[in-house]
Write a protein that binds this ligand. Structure first.
Ligand SMILES: [Fe+2]
Length: 211
């Protein structure tokens, strides 16, 4: 049975009205919006180091899952706001990450791609959960590198992280997050429940539009 966000809302309303409707909703489809989405705080998304593996001129695409890519799928969605919480269309957002083995593609553009936010300031990224790895800065918890830039604005360079209870590749995300000197709770994506081999995730950015 498919029950989307609307179904969950209906159950909640019924429960509040004292109905005998069961309180448990069916699992939410992975493509549905997360029922609880972070509201815009107006606080600028923290920056982080770029790292040595950014490559300019990545392909324009929202789906990084090519046939060669295996791993735990991640459908990440979000909106990019300015500091007044106005959604920003036309923002350049460039993602790059390692694969399920902790390896970056340094020769091609696997798991690299850029896009522009739509008229509602939204982006969508279909990718996989990256793995932790050992790099120049020691142990790194799983992360996705991002550059975000409003038209004629400054570039925000940052990294997105994963919750401690993420289930992927048999790895201990809590331990690797704790051991990562760059880990920042303000940059952790919100994940829905894992469904099969797939997570739906959410992260909203707040950026500067002028230097
Ligand atoms: Fe990295």
């Amino acid at each position: 049975m498919k029950t989307g966000a609307l179904g969950v809302t209906s159950v909640a309303i019924a429960a509040a009205a004292g109905s005998a409707e069961p309180a448990l909703a069916a699992p939410r489809p992975a493509d549905a919006p997360l029922p609880i989405t972070p509201s815009c705080s107006g606080h600028e998304t923290p920056s982080s180091v770029e790292g040595p593996l950014f490559k300019p001129n990545s392909p324009e695409r929202t789906n990084l899952v090519t046939p060669a890519i295996t791993g735990v799928l991640l459908a990440l969605r979000g909106v990019i706001y300015d500091r007044e919480c106005k959604p920003l269309p036309g923002v350049l957002i460039d993602f790059w990450q390692c694969d399920q083995n902790g390896d970056y593609d340094e020769h091609g553009f696997s798991l690299r791609g850029h896009q522009l936010t739509d008229s509602a300031g939204a982006y969508r990224l279909d990718t996989i959960v990256p793995r932790d790895y050992w790099g120049r800065w020691g142990r790194r918890g799983a992360h996705i590198h991002v550059q975000v830039q409003a038209p004629n604005g400054p570039v925000l360079v940052t990294q997105l992280y994963f919750p401690d209870d993420t289930q992927a590749y048999g790895r201990n995300f809590a331990a690797h997050n704790a051991g990562d000197q760059f880990f920042n709770r303000a940059c952790v994506v919100t994940l829905g429940p894992k469904q099969g081999n797939r997570y739906a995730g959410r992260f909203d950015f707040v950026i500067k539009t002028t230097a």
